[in-house]
Design a protein around this ligand. Structure first.
Ligand code: 4AD
Ligand code: MG
Length: 480
C-alpha cells in the first residue's frame, strides 16, 4: 500500500498528483454543497484539509464523518485557495475506517483540561498538545542515543529485576511469584525467600548505575537508558513511580569531566529537539503562553519556552559547592525573613526544592551545578574528598524543574569503599560483585543519572510530569 503522510504532503512536492491519505478527523465544517474535513495522522502538528464536494458522494455518506472518526481518502493534492493552509486534498472517495459516535466521543473540538485528558490517556495522543509532546519524547530519545554514540559510549542494558537493594536511592517495589496469601516461612517465622522464584528476595531496580559501573570498568564508556522504579509516596508534579533514567558511566573521568559531559549532553539534547522539531516546539511555546495568560503576573514564566531553551543552550551553567550554596541561602532574604519552610542553619542541612528554586530562579537565573555535598546526605559509593566531610557529588538544578541530574565521581579505593559501607550499614556480601571491581583493576571513574521525564518537562514546558509520559504510574494510579 502506498500512502503519503501529512508531513510528506505539506512539503508541497506532489502538487496535482493523486494520493491516498489516512487520518483521524479533528473537525468538520461546511455547507450543504461542500464539507471541509480537517484530519491529522500524527506525523506532524499540522492538520490537512480535505475538501469533499457533496455531489461526488452518496447521500448521508459525509454525515457519518465526525470528529474522532478514522478515514481513508483518495484524492488530488492541490494548492489551496484558503488562507489557513497552503495545500489541501480534493477528495474523490472517502472510506470510513472507524466511526466515532459524536454523542460518546470524549474529545470534542474544544479545549480540554490536562487533568481531564489524563483520565483519557488512551485517547489523548489525538490532541495537538500530546501529539507534540510525544513526538518530542521520541526526538529526545533519539538525541540521547545519537549523542552517546557519537562520543563512543556503548549502550548497555542493565537488569530491571535486581537482587541488590543497596543503592539507597529510594523505596523499592518487591518482585515475587510467591502466593501472597500463603507465604512460606522459615524456622524463625520469617518469609522464606529461598522458595521464591529467584531463590532470594528481589526488587524492581531504582537505578542501573551499579551494573553500569561494572561495564565502564571494562568497556570504558557506557550508558544505560531504561525504566526505573521508586515506591515513595511522593505525589508531586515532578515524581513518578516508574520513570526513565539515562545513566552514563565513564572510566578515567573525574568529577570535572563528569560535569563537562553532563552540561554538553544536556545542551545537545535540548538543541536537537529545538532545531529538528520546530513546529512542535512553536506549538508548545504558544500553548504555554496561553496557559499562563490566566495566571497572576508573578506566577508567569519570565521567558517564553523558546527563549528559555535558547538561554540554556547558550549559557554556561553556574558551578558552586554545597558549602557556597549554604552560605548564599543562609544569608538570603527568604531565610532571614523566615519565608522558607525549612530554614537553613548551616553545613549539613539538606537542600529542599524551595532552596534549589531560590538558587536557580532568583540568585543565578540559570542552571546551577552544586558539588561537594556532605557525605552524610549522599550515597555510599561517592568518592570522598580530602576533608573527609564532603564527597565528589554533583546535582544539576534547572529553572522550573529543580533537580535534573544527580551524579558523582565513584569511590574506586577498595578500603575506603568498604569502610564507608560499614559506616552506613550496607551489606558487603550482597554487593560482593561491586566490590570485586575495586579489588581487580580499579580506576577513577564517574557517572550521573538524568531523569528523562524531568528533561521532557523542561523542553516541552509541561508543568506536570504525568503529562510527558504516555501512561504515568503514580501512587494509587496504574490505569491503562
Ligand atoms: O538522584 P538520583 O536518585 O540518582 C541516582 O539514582 C544515581 N544512581 C544516578 C547515577 O549517578 N547514575 O536520580 C537521578 C535523577 C534525578 O536527578 C531526577 O532527575 C530523576 O533521576 N528522578 C526522578 N524522576 C522522576 N520521578 C522520580 N521519582 C525521580 N527520582 C529521581
Ligand atoms: Mg538525587
Amino acid at each position: 500500500m502506498k500512502y503519503l503522510s501529512i508531513q510528506d504532503i505539506i512539503k508541497g512536492l506532489e502538487i496535482n498528483k493523486n494520493t491516498e491519505i489516512n487520518g483521524w478527523v479533528r473537525t468538520k465544517r461546511g455547507s450543504k454543497n461542500v464539507s471541509f474535513i480537517s484530519i491529522n495522522d500524527g506525523s506532524t502538528i499540522k492538520n490537512l484539509q480535505i475538501v469533499a464536494e457533496a455531489s461526488k458522494f452518496k447521500e448521508n455518506e459525509l454525515k457519518k464523518i465526525n470528529t474522532g472518526a478514522c478515514i481513508k481518502v483518495f484524492g488530488e493534492i492541490k494548492k489551496s485557495e484558503g488562507k489557513e493552509q497552503n495545500i489541501e486534498i480534493i477528495a474523490n472517495e472517502i472510506v470510513l475506517l472507524g466511526k466515532a459516535d459524536p454523542e460518546e466521543y470524549p474529545l470534542q473540538p474544544k479545549k480540554h483540561s490536562l487533568e481531564f485528558l489524563r483520565e483519557k490517556a488512551h485517547l489523548r495522543f489525538r490532541t495537538n498538545t500530546f501529539s507534540a509532546v510525544f513526538r518530542i519524547r521520541h526526538a529526545l530519545t533519539f538525541a540521547i542515543h545519537n549523542y552517546f554514540n557519537s562520543k563512543g559510549y556503548l549502550n548497555i542494558h542493565t537488569p530491571i529485576i535486581t537482587g541488590a537493594d543497596a543503592e539507597g536511592a529510594g523505596e523499592m517495589f518487591q518482585v515475587t511469584n510467591l502466593d501472597l496469601n500463603k507465604m512460606p516461612k522459615n524456622e524463625e517465622g520469617n518469609i522464606d525467600f529461598s522458595k521464591d522464584f529467584f531463590g532470594k528476595q528481589t526488587n524492581l531496580t531504582v537505578s542501573g548505575q551499579l551494573e553500569a559501573e561494572l561495564g565502564a570498568l571494562a568497556l570504558g564508556k557506557v550508558y544505560t537508558f531504561g525504566p526505573t522504579f521508586r515506591a515513595e509516596n511522593s505525589n508531586t508534579s515532578r515524581h513518578l513511580s516508574e520513570f526513565w533514567m539515562i545513566e552514563p558511566e565513564t572510566a578515567f573521568a573525574d568529577l570535572d569531566d563528569n560535569m563537562d559531559l553532563a552540561e554538553d549532553f544536556l545542551k545537545y539534547c535540548i538543541n536537537y529537539c529545538a532545531e529538528n522539531y520546530k513546529n512542535d516546539i512553536e506549538f508548545l511555546n504558544e500553548r504555554l503562553q496561553n496557559e499562563e495568560k490566566n495566571l497572576k503576573k508573578e506566577e508567569r514564566s519570565e521567558m517564553s519556552l523558546i527563549d528559555r531553551l535558547n538561554f540554556v543552550i547558550n549559557n554556561k551553567f553556574e558551578r558552586i559547592t554545597y558549602t557556597e550554596a549554604i552560605n548564599i541561602l543562609r544569608n538570603s532574604k527568604p531565610n532571614k525573613k523566615k519565608r522558607f519552610q525549612f530554614l537553613i542553619s548551616g553545613f549539613g542541612d539538606d537542600l529542599q526544592s524551595e532552596h534549589e528554586r531560590y538558587l536557580v530562579e532568583k540568585k543565578f537565573r540559570k542552571p546551577v551545578i552544586i558539588t561537594d555535598y556532605p557525605k552524610k546526605i549522599k550515597a555510599f559509593y561517592m568518592k570522598s574528598n580530602d576533608d573527609d566531610q564532603t564527597v565528589k557529588a554533583m546535582d544539576i538544578l534547572f529553572p522550573m524543574i529543580g533537580e535534573m541530574v544527580g551524579g558523582s565521581q565513584r569511590e574506586e579505593d577498595y578500603e575506603k569503599l568498604v569502610s564507608r559501607m560499614e559506616e552506613m550499614n550496607i551489606d558487603k556480601k550482597e554487593l560482593w560483585w561491586y566490590l570485586e571491581t575495586r579489588k581487580f583493576g580499579t580506576c577513577v571513574h564517574s557517572g550521573f543519572g538524568l531523569g528523562f521525564e524531568r528533561l521532557m518537562m523542561f523542553i516541552t514546558g509541561m508543568k506536570n510530569i504525568r503529562d510527558v509520559i504516555p501512561f504515568p504510574r503514580t501512587p494509587q494510579n496504574a490505569e491503562f
